[in-house]
Design a protein around this ligand. Structure first.
Ligand code: CU
Length: 502
C-alpha cells in the first residue's frame, strides 16, 4: 500500500508449500485454513481445564520487604541505585553503588533483533528490532498484583508518549520485589559436623513487553553477594505461516496442523556503562591457556597460564569457551589490598550463536551488532542503541556499535562502555505451541577483587521457622537450635567417611 494515497499497489501471495517445493505461491487455495485446528492457551478455553494437583506456594514477608524506596531511589542490602523508564529501553538502572562505592554508571537493555530464516519472498523481510522498531517502554505491560511476581511488590509508574507525541501515563510498568535464590554459600566442618548455610536473595527490577506475538520479560537482579544478573526471558506465541496439509518444511517446524513456525534467532544487546570506583576504568580480556610442558616453567605439564590483555582501542571481541574467556572491567588506579590486583567486576560472555544470515544479506547489514559477542566503545553521551537510533525499515545499521568501534577511540584507562551480545537460535519445537515456555538467558556480572572478602560473609544462617516436614508439620532440626547452626550428625552433618579432598 502507498501510505500516502492509501492505494493498494500489489498483493504478495504467500507460498504454502513444503520441502523441495517452489518458493513462489502456487494456485490460490481458498480453503487454506480448513486443515488447521484450534489452539487455546486461555485457561477457561482449555478443553482439558487446568491441572488440579498444584497446591498453593505463598511468599510471606510478615515484616515487609527489606528494600527502601524514595521516589526512584532504591536501597537494599548495601545496594543503592536509581531506576528510570523510557519509551525506547524500558527500565534503566543508574548510578549503581554498593555501600559508598560506585559500580555502574548506567545499565540497560539496548536492542534485540529477531531475524527469520524463511527464504521465500516476502518472508525474507521478517526481522524485528524490538527496541528500535517497537519501543520496549512503549510496549511495556501494566503489571498486576499477584500475577507477575510473588510477595511484597512495589510498582513504578512511568510516562510514555502516545502516537501524537503527547505524554501518556503508563501505570505499573516496573515491579520491584525480593526473591529467594537458593543457597548463597555453605560449609560443613567435617571434623565437627557443624554446618553453616546461608540463603541468597535477589532484588528483582522487572518489566515485561508484549511485541505483537512475543513476550519478553526483562529483569535486573541484584544479589546479596555483590553480583548483578541481567536476565531475559522469551515467551509468548511463536510466529507462524500457513503450510499445506501433511507437508513439512526446511524453514521451520509444523507446530500445529497447518501452522509452520519458522526458524529464527533472538539476539539481545545489553549496554553496560561501568564506573568501578569511578569512571577511570579499563576493559581486560582474560584467557586461561594451556602451557606446553617445559622443564623450567612447567615440568609436569599441569600449569596453565592466565593471560590478561587490556583493550586499548574500541573494538569487538568474541566469547571463547575453549579459553574460558572472561571480560573484566578494572579500575587500574585502585589496588585490592589483599590480592594486590586492580579492583574490578567481571562477566563471562555467553558463547551463544551469533547472527547466521550471510554477511552480505539485508538482515546482517541491518544488525552489525549481532555479529560479535562483545563491543568495547568509548562513552559518548546519547550513544545508547546497539543497532543505531533508527532501525525501522533500515537498510544498514547506522550509528550502532560498528560505527562507534570504527572511530578507533582510545578506551584504556578512560570511560569504556561494554555491549554484551547473546541470544538463542530458535528452531521451534511442538512444545513451543500454542504458547512458548520461557527461554532464559542470564548475564552474570560479578565482583572480582572489588571486596576484601566474600561480601555475603555476614548473611544470617538462621533456621527458617516456617519450614516444616512433609505430612506432619513437625519441626526437626535441620541446621541447629536457637537460630544458629549446630552439630548435627543426621540431616546436615557429614557421614564420617571423608577421606579425600574433593
Ligand atoms: Cu523465538
Amino acid at each position: 500500500m502507498d501510505a500516502h494515497t492509501r492505494e493498494i499497489i500489489r498483493v504478495d501471495r504467500l507460498a504454502t508449500g513444503g520441502k523441495g517445493e517452489s518458493m513462489e505461491a502456487g494456485k490460490i487455495n481458498k480453503n487454506v485454513v480448513d486443515h488447521c485446528t484450534a489452539s487455546e492457551y486461555v485457561p477457561e478455553l482449555l478443553p482439558q481445564g487446568v491441572r488440579k494437583d498444584l497446591k498453593p506456594l505463598n511468599v510471606l514477608q510478615p515484616e515487609g520487604p527489606s528494600f527502601k524506596v524514595q521516589d526512584n531511589l532504591l536501597e537494599w542490602q548495601n545496594w543503592r541505585f536509581r531506576v528510570s523508564f523510557n519509551p525506547r529501553e524500558g527500565a534503566v538502572l543508574h548510578d549503581v553503588r554498593y555501600g559508598d562505592r560506585s559500580v555502574m554508571y548506567r545499565l540497560s537493555f539496548s536492542e534485540m533483533t529477531v531475524p527469520y530464516s524463511d527464504a521465500r519472498y516476502p518472508l525474507v523481510r521478517k526481522q524485528a528490532f524490538d527496541f528500535g522498531d517497537g519501543g520496549a517502554g512503549t510496549c511495556a505491560n501494566n503489571l498486576a498484583l499477584g500475577c507477575d511476581c510473588l510477595g511484597v511488590i512495589k510498582y513504578f509508574d512511568a510516562i510514555v508518549t502516545d502516537p501524537e507525541g503527547k505524554p501518556e501515563p503508563a501505570p505499573n510498568v516496573i515491579c520491584l520485589h525480593e526473591q529467594d535464590e537458593g543457597i548463597a554459600w555453605k560449609h560443613t566442618n567435617w571434623r565437627t559436623g557443624r554446618a553453616v548455610v546461608t540463603r541468597n536473595r535477589v532484588l528483582v527490577v522487572q518489566f515485561i513487553i508484549t511485541l505483537a506475538n512475543y513476550e519478553y520479560i526483562f529483569a535486573y537482579k541484584l544479589d546479596t553477594m555483590g553480583g548483578i544478573t541481567v536476565e531475559t526471558r522469551a515467551t509468548g506465541i511463536v510466529s507462524v505461516v500457513s503450510i499445506d496439509a501433511g507437508k513439512t518444511s526446511d524453514y521451520g517446524t509444523v507446530v500445529s496442523s497447518g501452522a509452520l513456525a519458522q526458524n529464527h534467532q533472538h539476539i539481545f544487546a545489553i549496554h553496560l556503562d561501568p564506573a568501578i570506583d569511578g569512571h577511570n576504568n579499563t576493559v581486560v580480556i582474560e584467557d586461561s591457556l594451556p602451557v606446553p610442558m617445559n622443564k623450567d616453567t612447567n615440568p609436569r605439564g599441569n600449569y596453565y597460564e592466565v593471560k590478561k590483555t587490556p583493550v586499548t582501542t574500541s573494538s569487538w571481541h568474541d566469547a571463547d569457551i575453549t579459553k574460558n574467556r572472561v571480560v573484566k572491567i578494572i579500575n587500574p588506579s585502585k589496588t585490592n589490598r589483599i590480592s594486590q590486583r586492580p579492583i574490578g567486576y567481571k562477566f563471562t560472555p555467553m558463547p551463544t550463536q551469533l547472527l547466521l544470515a550471510d554477511p552480505e544479506s539485508l538482515q546482517a547489514q541491518r544488525a552489525l551488532f549481532a555479529q560479535h559477542h562483545i563491543w568495547v566503545t568509548k562513552h559518548k553521551d546519547g550513544e545508547l542503541y546497539a543497532a543505531g537510533r533508527y532501525t525501522l525499515q533500515s537498510t544498514r545499521e547506522h550509528g550502532g556499535v560498528a560505527d562507534m568501534v570504527a572511530r578507533k577511540d582510545d578506551v584504556e584507562n578512560g570511560d569504556p562502555v561494554i555491549w554484551s551480545i547473546f541470544g538463542l537460535t530458535h528452531n521451534p519445537r511442538v512444545e513451543d505451541w500454542p504458547v512458548m515456555p520461557v527461554e532464559i538467558h542470564e548475564l552474570k556480572i560479578r565482583p572480582c577483587d572489588f571486596f576484601e572478602e566474600n561480601p555475603g560473609i555476614d548473611l544470617p544462617s538462621k533456621r527458617n521457622e516456617t519450614s516444616v516436614l512433609v505430612n506432619n508439620g513437625g519441626g526437626q532440626e535441620c541446621c541447629g537450635t536457637n537460630g544458629t547452626n549446630g552439630v548435627n550428625g543426621h540431616t546436615n552433618g557429614t557421614n564420617g567417611h571423608i577421606n579425600h579432598l574433593g
